[in-house]
Design a binder for this molecule. Structure first.
Ligand code: HEC
Length: 130
């Protein structure tokens, strides 16, 4: 009689263990399935933006014409940033004045935006390609 009770207890306990396992698996899996793929595609989008290689002619020259050439032009004694080599040779200085110190454009006379400053710095960090 005792043996039967023990056996019944054993069967019961394994069933309980199985039951709780069954409950545990879907509880753990479902949230991952719901948010998992969305998270991954978000990350990919962000990386695409970061990995986009900027170029002087396409991305930077239009900003320079808008924001720098009012003062940095061929008639001035200042560096002429519409010349790629001129910017390239002073790229660390340009990054410092435009992005880190932000005292260029002088008095922000040409109302350069933070996005444009960030773009110039990113372009320089990427190697300042033409
Ligand atoms: C309102 C006029 C004005 C604008 C606009 C302007 N600058 Fe300047 N910039 C100056 C003057 C004046 C100097 C020289 C005095 C100085 O270094 O502060 C100068 C100097 C610099 C220097 C230092 C050059 C050197 O050889 O020491 C850098 C770098 C520079 N500017 C970058 C820029 C960039 C990049 C832009 C556009 C995003 C820009 N500036 C827009 C007036 C301007």
């Amino acid at each position: 009689m005792k043996k039967i009770m023990l056996l019944a207890l054993l069967v019961l306990s394994t069933q309980i263990a199985c039951l709780s396992e069954h409950q545990a698996i879907p509880q753990n899996k479902n949230p991952n399935q719901d948010t998992g793929p969305a998270d991954i595609s978000d990350d990919e989008d962000q990386e695409d933006e970061k990995n986009e290689i900027l170029s002087y002619n396409k991305d930077i020259l239009p900003i320079i014409k808008n924001r720098c050439s009012l003062c940095h032009n061929e008639g001035s004694n200042l560096p002429f940033w519409e010349n790629y080599e001129t910017v390239f040779n002073s790229k660390e200085l340009v990054k410092r004045r435009v992005f880190i110190v932000q005292d260029m454009p002088r008095f922000n006379a040409t109302e350069m935006t933070l996005e444009e400053r960030d773009l110039v710095a990113t372009w320089i960090d990427q190697g300042a390609l033409k």
